[in-house]
Ligand binder design. Structure first.
Ligand code: BG6
Length: 467
C-alpha cells in the first residue's frame, strides 16, 4: 500500500455544494417551485424522516460563517449551483430578489477568500416546466438557454468558473429509466430523448457563454465546464464478447456521451448506431449537429463515487419492452459503504483519470465531488463529543493517493472538491447519511461543528502531502 504522496502546490482543494441541498428558503426571494419542492409536498413519506426540500442546511442564512469555515480548513475554492427557480420567473425574466441574493452570496465568498464556481443546474427542474414536458420538450431546452444567458449577463463580472450541468446522466437514468425520481418514468426511449435534449441544452448554454464572452460580459479568464459522475466500467476478468459489448454500451451512454460532447462537440457514433439498430430514434432536428458543436468546454468536473461493474444481460429486452444492454456484475472482492450502498473503489479514480488522458488528450479536469456519507455518526463520538470519522479520512486519503499517482503519470487533474464539506440535505435521503467534515446539528438550529477529519483536512491543505 502507498504510504505518502505529494500533490502539486498549485493543486487546489475546495468544497462541492449545490443550491437545492444547502440554500433552503424554498419560498423566499421569489423562488418558484422546483420538482423537488413539489415532490416534497405531494408525498413527504418518500423522504427520510419526512424532511423535504425546504430548508437545505440553512446556508442562505449562514454563508458568511460557512465560507469562513472553508477558509479555516485551508480550502480556496467551492462549487455550488444557483437555482433556475430562484433566478428566473415564469415568464423567463430575471427575478431581481433572487439575483440580489446570489450577488450577496458571491460577494461574501470573495470577501472570505473563496473562489466560487457557479453551476447552473443540479437536478432542479422548475415544476411549471415539468408540466410542459420537462426535458422531453424542446422548448425547455430553449428556456434553459435563456436562463444561462441571464445568469452569464448578471454575474459575468463576478464569477470566472462556470458549469452548465451537474451529473446530466442522473435524470435519464434515475427519473426516466428506473422511475425512482420524479416524474417516475420507466421508458428507455423517453430517457434517450431526455438525454439528447440535455446534451443540446448544455450546447446552447455553451453558445450563450461564447456570445457573452465575445460581448465583454464575462471576465477575460472565464472558463466553462460540465460536471458528470463519471464511472469507470469494469467486467469479469475473463469476459466474453457480449460482456465487452455491455461495457461499451454503458460506458458510451454514461461516460463517453458527455466526454465526446465536451471535447468534440458531437455524440459517440457507435452509441447512436446501436440505439438506431435497437429501434430508438432521437428527436434530432436539422441543424442540431451544428448546435451540438458549440458544446465543447474548457475543462471538466469529474464526480467520483463508485465504479460500474457490468456483464452481458440475460435478455435483450425487459418486461416493459425496454432494450437492456447490461446487467450488474458483483465483484467478489468489493468493499462497500453500507450506509449508501455504494462500492468503495479508490483505484477507479486513477483508472478513469488515465482514460481521460489517453482518450481525450490535453483535457483538464478536477475531481469535482468525492465523499463518504455515513449513517448514525453520533455512534462514533468520543468522550469529548468529537465524531471520530477515521473511515472518512481513510476514504479521502485513498482517493488522493490514486489522484497523485495519476498526476505523476501525466493526468491533467488540477484540484479536488470534497462532497460535501458541510453536512447537507440529500434528496430523498435527506439528512440520513452525513458527508460533512463539518457537521450540522439539526436539534440546535443547524449549528456547525467539526469532526475529526477537519483537523486532518487542515494539515493536508497546508502541506499538500497525503499521509
Ligand atoms: C452526487 C450529487 O451524485 O452525489 C449530489 O451531485 C449528491 O447531489 C451526492 O448529494 C451524494 O449522493 P446522496 O444521494 O448520498 O446524497
Amino acid at each position: 500500500m502507498i504510504k505518502k504522496a505529494h500533490l502539486p502546490q498549485q493543486f487546489f482543494f475546495g468544497a462541492a455544494l449545490s443550491g437545492p441541498q444547502t440554500e433552503g428558503a424554498w419560498k423566499q426571494y421569489g423562488k418558484l417551485e422546483s420538482v423537488w419542492d413539489r415532490w416534497s409536498q405531494d408525498d413527504i413519506d418518500c423522504f427520510h424522516n419526512k424532511v423535504g426540500s425546504y430548508v437545505g442546511n440553512d446556508m442562505i442564512n449562514r454563508c458568511e460563517e460557512d465560507y469562513q469555515i472553508f477558509r479555516s480548513l485551508g480550502l480556496t475554492t467551492a462549487r455550488t449551483s444557483i437555482q433556475w427557480t430562484r433566478l428566473v420567473d415564469q415568464n423567463g425574466a430575471l427575478n431581481r430578489a433572487g439575483a440580489d441574493l446570489y450577488h450577496r452570496m458571491i460577494a461574501t465568498a470573495k470577501r472570505e477568500g473563496i473562489d466560487l464556481f457557479i453551476n447552473l443546474y443540479h437536478f432542479d427542474m422548475p415544476a411549471y416546466l415539468l408540466d410542459r414536458g420537462g426535458w422531453e420538450n424542446r422548448e425547455v431546452v430553449e428556456a434553459f438557454a435563456n436562463y444561462a444567458r441571464l445568469a452569464f449577463r448578471e454575474f459575468g463580472h463576478e464569477v470566472h468558473c462556470w458549469f452548465t450541468f451537474n451529473e446530466p446522466i442522473v435524470e435519464p437514468e434515475n427519473s426516466y429509466t428506473k422511475g425512482l425520481n420524479i416524474p417516475f418514468i420507466r421508458d428507455f426511449r423517453r430517457a434517450c430523448a431526455v438525454q439528447y435534449h440535455i446534451a443540446l441544452a448544455h450546447s446552447l448554454a455553451a453558445r450563450e457563454f461564447r456570445l457573452a464572452k465575445a460581448a465583454g460580459l464575462l471576465q477575460n479568464d472565464a472558463k466553462l465546464g460540465l460536471v458528470n459522475n463519471f464511472a469507470p466500467p469494469y467486467t469479469k476478468s475473463s469476459p466474453t464478447d457480449a460482456d465487452l459489448d455491455a461495457v461499451r454500451m454503458v460506458d458510451g451512454l454514461h461516460n463517453r456521451w458527455w466526454l465526446d460532447l465536451v471535447t468534440r462537440g458531437s455524440l459517440p457514433c457507435d452509441i447512436l448506431d446501436t440505439l438506431g439498430k435497437r429501434g430508438i430514434s432521437l428527436p434530432i432536428r436539422p441543424g442540431d449537429e451544428e448546435l451540438l458543436s458549440f458544446g465543447t468546454v474548457d475543462w471538466l468536473g469529474f464526480n467520483y463515487y463508485e465504479p460500474m461493474r457490468v456483464q452481458a444481460p440475460d435478455n435483450s429486452i425487459d418486461d416493459e419492452g425496454n432494450p437492456v444492454f447490461a446487467k450488474p456484475y458483483v465483484w467478489s472482492k468489493r468493499k462497500m459503504n453500507e450506509s449508501r450502498g455504494w462500492e468503495i473503489y479508490p483505484k477507479g479514480i486513477y483508472d478513469f483519470g488515465m482514460k481521460i488522458k489517453r482518450d481525450y488528450p490535453g483535457l483538464e479536469f478536477f475531481v469535482s465531488e468525492n465523499g463518504m456519507g455515513v449513517e448514525n455518526e453520533d455512534l462514533f463520538r468520543d468522550d469529548e463529543g468529537l465524531v471520530q470519522d477515521d473511515y472518512r479520512i481513510a476514504f479521502i486519503r485513498e482517493h488522493l493517493f490514486w489522484i497523485a499517482r495519476a498526476i505523476d503519470e501525466g493526468a491533467n487533474c488540477v484540484g479536488y472538491h470534497y462532497w460535501a464539506v458541510i453536512d447537507n440535505w440529500s434528496w430523498t435521503n435527506a439528512f440520513k447519511n452525513r458527508y460533512g467534515i463539518i457537521g450540522v446539528d439539526l436539534a440546535h438550529n443547524y449549528e456547525r461543528y467539526e469532526k475529526k477529519s477537519a483537523a486532518w483536512m487542515r494539515k493536508l491543505t497546508a502541506t499538500h502531502v497525503v499521509e
